[in-house]
Design a binder for this molecule. Structure first.
Ligand code: HEM
Length: 347
């Protein structure tokens, strides 16, 4: 029997889920899900994966694999009958824990301090949570760029609503870290040397995706092959900044130079009713940029509060280096154009 290449459609029904597994031979099996583990890879109605690569092998706890030479219908965690014979509904179970991989997630916090320092757990969790939100931000930025490419500005606005909400959260999370005093941090800081947020690949990906491409920093970060490939891809692809310029060009605005871009922005702002969708887009973009800068500013103040003017574990001059990063803007011309709006003395 050929190995199945499962894909599934998920349709919720009251109190339980119903998944439909499609095999390479176009077999369909309905499976009401209760609790426990699940089978197949879950996809939404459009076929987008909900859980990437949720393998059939994990169908049962007592896991004889469902992809073994003979595939069997599984009922209540046990094997029942070969696929290919007439089948009744196939009962498998999915739980909160198995769907979200909670056990694996909770295994990922591994403090190094000996004896254990109470605050190291917070330090690890907060960084991990940031990385998860960076992942979601990248996901949203990618979708935003695709929507821009399709001239679908309503969808862009929807993505930015979520992006801004996440950015607000990222800034607020610093409050939690600041419940740790410098004395407490110093008691385990040596354990993390030379690790630093400076080495966050997803943070660099975000910067690259949006148009701040400090590619020289790649030489200062130890990167695995896949990480390097991701950053290289990001640095070669059109950025969010590029996508915005392309959209404006399609709408007849000049974007070849920085000066032209400022002038195009000025026209959009001053003729807002003719360009209302672009006008709202520009406000979303400046808010995105501002919130990124607010996080940078919040981080550098927090760093100064924690370690003063000490050098960073990543080897930079610490707060002094971070202060210099406040100059990085994704949409510099959007900041510039403010000077030329309305009345007032221009430089
Ligand atoms: C006690 C808490 C923290 C301290 C003392 C701290 C300190 C520093 C320092 C000194 C740097 C400069 C690079 C270096 O030499 O290490 C840096 C960079 C960075 N940190 Fe933190 N950090 C803290 C928490 C965080 C958290 C929670 C995040 C969230 C992911 C984070 C993300 C970053 C990023 C992304 C950079 C690179 C910034 C850039 O190059 O533009 N840091 N941090």
């Amino acid at each position: 029997m050929p190995a199945p290449s499962p894909s599934t459609a998920l349709s919720p029904s009251p109190g339980r889920f119903e998944i439909v597994v499609r095999h390479s031979r176009a077999e369909r099996i309905s499976a009401p899900l209760n609790s426990g583990n699940a089978i197949g890879s879950l996809t939404d109605g459009d076929g987008a994966p909900l859980v990437p690569r949720f393998p059939l092998e994990h169908a049962t706890k007592n896991a004889k694999t469902a992809t073994a030479a003979t595939h069997r219908r599984i009922t209540g965690g046990g094997f029942e009958e070969k696929l290919g014979t007439p089948r009744k509904p196939w009962r498998v179970t999915l739980s909160y824990g198995s769907y979200l991989k909670v056990d694996e997630l909770l295994d990922l916090q591994q403090p190094l301090s000996q004896p254990r320092h109470h605050d190291e757990m917070l330090f690890i969790i907060i960084h991990q949570v940031y990385e998860l939100w960076f992942k979601q931000l990248l996901h949203e930025v990618d979708a935003t760029m695709a929507a821009l490419d399709r001239d679908d500005l309503l969808r862009v606005a929807k993505h930015f609503r979520r992006i801004h909400a996440i950015q607000r959260l990222l800034e607020q999370q610093v409050d939690i870290l600041e419940t740790m005093t410098p004395q407490e941090f110093n008691q385990f800081r040596d354990n993390l040397n030379p690790a630093s947020g400076f080495q966050s690949v997803q943070f660099r990906e975000l910067e690259f995706a949006c148009g701040v491409r400090r590619t020289d920093l790649m030489r200062r970060i130890e990167l695995g092959d896949a990480q390097r490939a991701r950053l290289e891809r990001r640095s070669n692809e059109p950025s969010l900044y590029d996508q915005v310029k392309s959209l404006l060009a399609r709408r007849g605005f000049a974007v070849a130079t920085s000066e032209e871009l400022v002038e195009s922005y000025r026209q959009i702002y001053t003729n807002e009713s003719q360009n209302y969708d672009l006008y709202l887009l520009l406000e979303d973009l400046i808010e995105f940029d501002e919130r990124f800068l607010l996080w940078r500013g919040r981080h550098v103040r927090m760093v100064e509060r924690m370690i003063g003017q000490k050098i960073g574990t990543g080897g930079s001059p610490g707060a002094r280096y971070l202060e210099s990063t406040l100059a990085h803007r994704f949409f510099p011309e959007l900041w510039d154009v403010r000077t030329y709006l309305g009345s007032g003395a221009y430089a």
